[in-house]
Design a protein around this ligand. Sequence first.
Ligand code: F6P
Length: 329
Amino acid sequence: MKKISEIKKLGVFTSGGDAPGMNAAIRAVVRAGIYYQKEVYGIMRGYEGMIDADIVKLGARSVGNILQRGGTILKTARSKEFRTKEGRVKAFENLKKNGIDGLVAIGGDGTFTGLHYFSSEFDISTICLPGTIDNDIAGTDYTIGFDTATNTAVQAIDRIRDTALSHNRLFFIEVMGRNSGYIALNSGIAGGAGAIILPEEELSFDDLYSLLEAGMETGKKSNLVVVAEGSKLGGANELAKKIAERSDYFDIKVTILGHQQRGGSPTYFDRVLASKMGVAAVEGLLNGESNVMVGFKENKIVYNSYDQVINQQHKIEEESMRIAKILSI
Ligand code: F6P
């Protein structure tokens, strides 16, 4: 691990799925780096750009007017080549050529795994920021992008509710979350869903039907079911079809929200979270933290080693599940 004064040039990159707030995090890393008199370089397209030497010097002005923008100005990719030793050797040589000796990565679990390998093979200090809409990273209460994506889902649910009410329809709304029910659970509570289907919960089809049936018996004229993409019970289309086979009480429709949840201007929460985490990444590196992820737990910045966060799913909150059930009757 390098000492404070030894780190001279920082590299920053985004990797994996983009998330709203990544630009705010890039801006914070670049400006904090410059504030502490370090040179900062942007590595384009994540590990791909590291391998291809697609590296650009960034100044305080190069990150102006990006705080409020979705996506990532550095672009992002999921790199197969970085999974090979040859790819990582190329990447390290390119960093060395540019004199980069401290790396800040913004991404999810796959990004961290890559960096964990990299930092154990080569002499480089690394630090990660959790940037993914899924909120599935251990060691932090919130990931950058989750709040915005959930708000986007809630806005869509509200609009769908208007038409559901007008037509007395049952809607199945599928939200993102390959392995994580965070967006589904929170947008479901905020959007007043009659049922929420999460990858983390063992719910049978009969359980779902009973929930909807209870609504029919108590006079619900329309209803909304929020389904996480990774639901083990089936996706929104499949569930809608099966319910229609069992009951003709409702006219049933399906909406898959998809990638619109990944875009858009970040909320105030994501901008502030990303700004705090970006500064914490630079200050952490300069204070000798390495091979750690910056997290935000109970309103405080924390640093966790990669071993504590990689492959450790952020568990869904039981209390939120309980509240969702009480309120869905
Ligand atoms: O991890 C973020 C995420 O948006 C997941 O919720 C989703 O399953 C996945 O990425 C989609 O990835 P892609 O953009 O490669 O289709």
